[in-house]
Design a protein. Structure first.
Lengths: 131, 221, 574
């Protein structure tokens, strides 16, 4: 599974990326929204972990753009204590789920695996696409 | 909020920053211990020796960051102790700028205090002052664009002091505000009470076509 | 093809049944919506379609009947008129043949007189002639000079000799226009026979057809057994031409068939055979005329069907959207409840400032957390890590420390938010119901018996909605944890006195002993071994105190616990 991590805190996602790689994931990282969108186009991840509170192109906007062009890519939002509202709004806009920082890696992996399954369904059975 | 509530809040916050600092110290110790271990085993083959050193250094860095933030928070907490103190306006502005860095960063705007040449001591309510300065900052953040700079520049006036808070271009930080209007912007009306308690006014103004506010403080030492 | 359909259908039905198990994916709402829409559309449109098809056929039949019956009627009527006409003429000739003697009839003058009377009284006769047994025209009354003509070789003569009477087809005889002949043979007692022959005016034929009163597009005419026109047709030929179409099967009852004419037009052909003479009365009506009504009806039917389908789709889509959105919203509300939303909507407030700083601290903590986690991962992967235990415990301690910091900032934020009291006028019953809304799924799932005794006339109070929600959420969560499945939770609201209202929340859980009750509102006091910070009730206590109210707890071991809140009607915040 190829996953893209997006958060403006570089040390955070770099460390998280290492931990996920140890667990067999293919990991890409971006520290801002624009770079993230580019990575989505160029490297084709199946799951995206996205921080909602980022300067510039905010998490929700990145989510909208990803879902607009690649609806089968699953997005998991990262929220902080004060951004649960954005998390829920993101669900409404098509995010697969959301997690609060600091995260428990087991929980993250569970959600990513579930998201990946949904991605695969979307990719192989186009006739049964939800309305 | 009443003075007692503010003082209470200050006490609680100060207490919590102490706790946080303690915890950070614990983290520092644990990582320090691991670093020592690694140093001891430097010659013997230690798996991930380099890697761990790197990780632990990273942790120490973040601990330091956390400590700085808690210290600042502690200072803020103490500013809530008394409703009236004599303070240096430059220092208070420095504090306010720090407290709101995150908000500014999210808007991709820089927040900066421009210190006045001499010290500017005034007698005022530190918490309420910080509150209205923060309100002014948020008001301007809502009207700023990415890459803007918002400066806070205190200056002496007769009889008191004033703080120019303005959106500006980096090169024009010296340009002063012109022709302030007397009316408080509607978004800031809820702070009228606090402004009255501070014996201060906020006036909207413009500098070089960009938005600004002047906080006028009528009391000084 | 049906195999694929069946599989698809099965899948749909399975998915539909499994809705709650779709998991936490937001896809499930899309799937649910799709399934409901498909089901509803199928259920409504299939019967509609069936009905439309049945109606179509019924109408078609009925309409055809409506067109066919009049044709039949007209054919019958006209046939009878014809038969009557011919019968009358025949009997007239027969009468004369038997009433007069051969000599009388052979007398030219007498014959002329008889002929004159016939013409006057009957009409339709053109001439009258007496022919002897050898075929010689003995006497003749009429416009033509036919006396002395011999008919011995003519077909009709021979037929008359055999049959006794004869009505001919239309033919062009010596005269060059169409006429028909009635001939009657008379045999006297003495054995003498002769033939009396009269010619009938075919005008009368044509008049009979004209009297059918047909519209300009309908054609009617008479054919003989060989398909030769006996009367002129409007569109298909003149008298004595051959009918261009094959003759329909013989039917003495009027029959209507649908066929193509010689120009390729679709027509309705009505016909009836005469018994005597062997004529066929034919009526041809273009189908398009007939079908004008049918086409209007058909298009009306289609329009109604199309409009209904569009209407159905519209309603189904809207309804389903509404339904699924409601489900989604209530699911999300519940999620929100368990994440304790923080909203700081003031432009600047202590809450907002505190939140900013808390986040600043949480970021480095998140990083430390990941780094510690990474170390733990590496240690566990390495087969022979020295001092494994030591390192693992140190990293674990770091993670725990991070958790502690998180907890502290959470507390800080909570305090800050509570300091910002937002007063508004509200109906407490509504606040209670809102909080119950967050918890109703769990209560339903666990079969909790919820008893509400909320005073309908409870006066409105001035207080902080968000914080009261927190209070109720906290107390109700505790109650839910205390009771077992199927337990009872009662909520009562009442007007206590002039200044205060009251709310009591009672559960039938195990209750608590005296020692626990004494410390229940203390910070960090908890009886839960694993979860919980012990802060919930102390925070609740703090909120109620801040809002100027009181909170009490009563409990009996084995019976249950009751929390009672007293809240001032007017904001009494310190």
């Amino acid at each position: 599974m190829k996953v893209l991590l997006v958060d403006d805190e570089a040390e955070f996602i770099n460390t998280l990326a290492e931990r996920l790689q140890l667990r067999g994931f293919q990991v890409l990282t971006s520290t801002d929204g624009e770079a993230a969108l580019q990575a989505v186009e160029e490297d084709g991840p199946q799951v995206v972990l996205l921080d909602v509170m980022m300067p510039g192109l905010g998490g929700l906007e990145v989510l909208q753009r990803i879902k607009g062009k690649h609806p089968s890519i699953q997005v998991i939002l990262l929220t902080g204590r004060g951004s649960t509202r954005e998390g829920i709004e993101g669900m409404r806009q098509g995010a697969f789920d959301f997690l609060m920082k600091p995260i428990k890696i087991e929980e993250l992996m569970e959600k990513m695996k579930a998201a990946y399954e949904v991605f695969q369904k979307g990719a192989t059975e186009p006739e049964v696409k939800p309305l | 909020m009443t003075d007692q509530e503010i003082a209470f809040m200050g006490k609680m916050t100060a207490g919590m920053t102490h706790e946080i600092k303690n915890v950070l110290a614990t983290i520092k110790e644990s990582s320090g211990l691991m670093q020592d271990f690694l140093k001891l085993r430097q010659d013997a083959s230690f798996p991930y020796g380099e890697k761990f050193a790197q990780i632990l250094a990273g942790i120490q860095g973040q601990v330091a960051r956390g400590v700085e933030i808690s210290t600042r928070l502690n200072r803020f907490a103490h500013s809530m102790d008394e409703p009236v103190i004599t303070l240096d306006l430059n220092e208070i502005i420095d504090q306010v700028v720090f407290l709101n860095q995150r908000q500014a960063r999210l808007k991709q705007t820089e927040l900066r205090g421009i210190p006045s040449g001499e010290g500017l001591r005034i007698e005022t309510d530190p918490f309420r002052l910080q509150l209205v300065l923060a309100a002014a900052i948020y008001y301007l953040l809502d009207r700023s664009s990415p890459k803007d700079l918002i400066i806070l520049r205190p200056r002496k006036t007769e009889p008191g002091a004033a703080v120019d808070i303005q959106i500006t271009a980096a090169a024009e930080t010296a340009k002063s505000i012109e022709a302030p209007r007397p009316d408080l912007p509607p978004e800031l009306v809820e702070f009228q009470n606090i402004l009255d308690q501070l014996q201060a006014q906020i006036r909207p103004a413009q500098v070089g076509g960009k938005e600004g506010l002047i906080l006028v403080l009528n009391k000084t030492r | 093809m049906p195999e694929v359909l069946r599989k698809y259908f099965k899948k749909l039905i399975e998915e539909f049944r499994q809705f709650p198990d779709y998991g936490e994916s937001p896809e499930r709402y899309k799937i649910l919506r799709r399934n409901i829409i498909i089901l509803m559309v199928v259920i409504t449109i299939v019967p509609l379609l069936l009905m439309a098809v049945i109606n179509y056929h019924q109408y078609q039949k009925a309409l055809q009947g409506e067109v066919v019956s009049p044709i039949r009627g007209l054919l019958n009527k006209t046939k009878h008129s014809f038969e009557l006409f011919l019968a009358e003429r025949l009997s007239a000739v027969s009468f004369i043949a038997s009433a007069y003697s051969f000599e009388d009839l052979a007398d030219q003058a007498k014959l002329s007189h008889i002929f004159q009377v016939m013409k006057d009284k009957f009409g339709g006769f053109v001439d009258l002639g007496l022919i002897n047994i050898d075929g010689l025209q003995v006497s003749y009354a009429g416009p033509y000079d036919l006396r002395g003509k011999n008919y011995r070789d003519q077909g009709w003569f021979q037929e008359v000799r055999v049959k006794g009477t004869h009505v001919s087809d239309v033919f062009l005889g010596y005269r060059k226009f169409p006429h028909i002949v009635i001939a009657v043979q008379n045999i006297t007692i003495s054995g003498k026979s002769w033939i009396l022959r009269a010619t009938i005016d075919t005008e009368k034929f044509n008049n009979l057809i004209a009297s059918m009163g047909l519209d300009p597009t309908t054609d009617a005419f008479i054919l003989n057994r060989e398909g030769i026109f006996q009367t002129p047709s409007k569109f298909y030929g003149r008298t004595l031409d051959k009918f261009p179409l094959p003759l329909p099967p013989v039917s003495y009852e009027p029959n209507v068939i649908s066929t193509l004419d010689n120009l390729g037009e679709e027509v309705l052909l009505g016909y009836t055979n005469f018994i005597n003479p062997s004529f066929i009365l034919v009526m041809i009506k273009p189908r398009s005329e007939v079908l004008k009504t049918w086409y209007t009806l058909k298009s009306e039917l289609f329009l109604i069907f199309a409009a209904s389908v569009i209407g159905i789709f519209f309603v189904v889509f809207r309804l389903t959207n509404l339904l699924v959105r409601r489900i989604e919203e209530s699911d999300q509300k519940r999620k929100m409840a368990y994440h304790e939303i923080e909203y700081t909507n003031k432009l600047a407030s202590l809450g907002r400032l505190a939140a900013g700083v808390a986040h600043e601290i949480n970021n480095p903590m998140a990083i430390i957390n990941e780094k510690a986690g990474l170390m733990m991962d590496l240690i566990q992967v390495a087969p022979d890590f020295p001092e494994k235990e030591k390192f693992l415990s140190l990293t674990a301690s770091i993670s725990k420390s991070v958790d502690r910091v998180r907890e502290i900032t959470h507390r800080l934020l909570g305090f800050a938010r509570r300091m910002d009291v937002n007063i508004e006028i509200m109906n407490l019953n509504e606040v209670i119901k809102e909080v119950l809304g967050f918890l109703e799924k769990e209560m339903m799932y666990r079969n909790i018996d919820l008893r509400l005794q909320l005073d309908e006339s409870l006066p409105k109070i001035a207080s902080d909605r968000g914080q009261l929600q927190q209070v109720f959420l906290n107390i109700l969560n505790n109650a839910l944890e205390a009771v077992s499945d199927g337990g009872t939770i009662s909520i009562t609201s009442f007007d206590r006195d002039m200044d205060n209202i009251g709310v009591s929340i009672q559960d039938n859980g195990p209750g608590m002993p005296e020692e626990v009750k004494e410390h229940i509102f203390e910070p960090f006091y908890t009886t839960k071994k694993i979860s919980g910070t012990g802060l919930g009730l102390s925070i609740t206590y703090g909120i109620i105190k801040k809002l100027g109210g009181e909170i009490e707890v009563h409990s009996t071991e084995g019976r249950g616990t009751t929390f009672t809140l007293i809240l001032p009607k007017k904001a009494k915040t310190a």
